[in-house]
Design a binder for this molecule. Structure first.
Ligand code: XMP
Length: 532
């Protein structure tokens, strides 16, 4: 049976992946395509609905992204969001202009609860108390939405009726139920729009009529079956980093083809405390899976290559190249394989420019060159269509331990880029121990799921301190914790003072070689999340 699907057409806005995620939360499979995608291709995918995203342009300017009018004539329900809403009006004969008041942030919106798009949305208002709008007489329910726009729809296209407004925005939503076209000026996909998911649910499940059959258990089951068919009795190689993506991919392969799979795990000595052993526990011979697990203990190799190197880019390069070399040696021992597994996930696909409109931002973060050093026929990417939280769900579904599934993002070059200056085994020990304490205390305080990314790093600064009766001359540890939506920008997280105090005192008491602890308040930009 064909998987029912909704297509998101991306006009370059910042929340576009969120739209797709929210749709999937309604158990409807969803993919993102650039506005440059040909209409024939869109038609060929047989979507049950189409959503047009926001974007930074003004739709009335000549070179702004647009889409052929034919899209609105296919009989497929279309929902325009923000720029997408304006574009729909513009293309169909309405009017979009620069707004007299730029609206940004949380805003009360009055919606027409009789519209299917707003079914069960908002609380009934006393109309005399609400903000009234001349053209919109049925604004009987109020809810909070997230507005972010400088243009506004000053006149809906012919055949459309207004179904929502705010104090400053006379046309916050319109519909043409005969043609199944809907437009919303605000952003239902962000959590600040309190009932946004309900609105998207109403669109995909009620208006588009999707049955909602996209479930993680069926995804896992189908993928395992497909992998089995594809691989036959072939040999498969997987580079396992111990991170969430490669671990979930490896388990899926292990379940599908057992010991036709070989996983190579390179321990470069720059992992977090005990991490190498934890990976070996899950994937090694004493773990639950029947696969070939090769742990390469390459610590000494890495430390000697890194000796005396202080430049951060050089360190990254050495770590990356050494990884390829170690992996190549192992791959040679294994010999030719039929397939190489990669833990690519959907944001990687979108961000590398294949899906939506977002710029190529990740490429420098990934270890390139791996495919070149292995003799293989084809790449398998079992998680290619999943968002991170879905990868986690798939991991849990297959029985991976929570500790592994909810692991924080950890850079490929590991602690090598959390130690300023030269990397030495002594410094690695310090940062591993300090980081383990920090993570433990954050978890004890119940903050671990609420912070985007947090870790300890080692400054290259030594200073004088006093411990007991002794003068010390030791390192300063930096604690970092940030909140972020997309890892492109970030703000330092507010951690309660008593938690920081406890971490500081434990690090100084328990980690030899440290006599000061700093908390890094820098946001990104101007800083980066990592500390290198
Ligand atoms: P920055 O430091 O650039 O980090 O603000 C943004 C996010 O990317 C992660 N990061 C990496 N991930 N290989 C990776 O796999 C890398 O070389 C790398 N460098 C940074 C970082 O942990 C953060 O989540």
């Amino acid at each position: 049976m064909e998987q029912e699907k909704v297509i998101v057409i991306d006009f370059g806005g910042q929340y576009n992946q969120l739209v797709a995620r929210r749709v999937r939360e309604c158990n409807v499979y969803c993919e993102i395509y650039s506005y440059r995608t040909d209409i024939e291709q869109i038609k060929g995918m047989n979507p049950r609905g189409i959503i047009l995203t926001g974007g930074p342009n003004s739709c009335y300017e000549a070179d702004s992204p647009t889409y052929t009018k034919e899209l609105f004539e296919l009989g497929i329900p279309v929902l325009g969001l923000c720029y997408g809403a304006q574009l729909m009006m513009h293309v169909l004969g309405g009017k979009v202009e620069k707004a007299p008041v730029r609206e940004y942030g949380k805003t009360e919106v009055y919606v027409d609860s009789r519209s299917e798009l707003f079914a069960s949305v908002g609380n009934k208002t006393d109309r005399t108390a609400g903000v009234t709008c001349e053209d919109h007489k049925t604004d009987d329910h109020a809810t909070i939405c997230w507005m972010s726009h400088t243009d506004y729809i000053s006149k809906p296209a012919p055949g459309f009726e207004i179904i929502a407004h705010t104090a400053d925005c006379p046309v916050a939503s319109v519909q043409n139920t005969e043609r199944n076209l809907y437009a919303i000026q605000f952003h239902p996909e962000v959590l600040h729009t309190q009932e946004g998911t309900r609105m998207l649910y109403n669109f995909v499940r009620k208006i588009c009529g999707c049955a909602g059959t996209w479930r993680m258990d069926s995804f896992v089951e189908n993928s395992i079956r497909e992998i089995r068919q594809k691989v036959g009795d072939g040999k498969v190689l997987c580079a396992l980093s111990g991170g969430v993506d490669s671990s979930v991919a490896a388990v899926m392969l292990a379940k599908a083809i057992g010991n036709q799979l070989t996983c190579v795990f390179v321990d470069h000595g720059l992992l977090r405390k005990n991490e190498g052993d934890e990976v070996a526990e899950v994937f090694g011979p004493n773990g639950p899976y029947d696969l070939n697990f090769v742990r390469v203990n390459a610590q000494e190799r890495y430390y000697s290559k890194l000796a005396g190197v202080t430049d951060p880019e050089k360190k990254r390069k050495i770590i990356g190249e050494e990884f390829i070399r170690v992996f190549e040696e192992e791959a040679k021992k294994i010999g030719a394989v039929d397939f190489l597994v990669q833990g690519t996930i959907y944001p990687d696909v979108v961000e590398s420019g294949l899906g939506g409109e977002s710029a190529v931002i990740k490429s420098h973060h990934n270890v390139g060159g791996l495919p070149d050093c292995v003799d293989f026929k084809e790449i398998i990417e079992p998680l290619r269509n999943l968002f991170k939280d879905e990868v986690r769900k798939a991991g849990l579904e297959m029985g991976l331990p929570e500790k592994l599934v909810f692991r924080q993002p950890f850079p490929g070059p590991g602690l090598g880029i959390r130690i300023i200056g030269e990397v030495t085994p002594e410094k690695v020990r310090i940062v591993q121990d300090a980081d383990a304490i920090y993570r433990e205390e954050i978890a004890n305080a119940g903050l671990d799921k609420g912070i985007g990314q947090y870790f300890a790093a080692l400054t290259n600064m030594r200073s004088v301190g006093v411990m007991g009766d002794e003068r010390t001359y030791d390192y300063a540890v930096a604690l970092r914790a940030v909140n972020t939506i997309d890892f492109m920008t970030a703000e330092s997280a507010e951690i309660p003072w008593d938690v920081l105090q406890k971490v500081m005192s434990r690090i100084i008491n328990e980690v030899r070689g440290v006599n000061r602890v700093f908390y890094d308040l820098t946001s990104k930009p101007p800083g980066t999340i990592e500390f290198e």
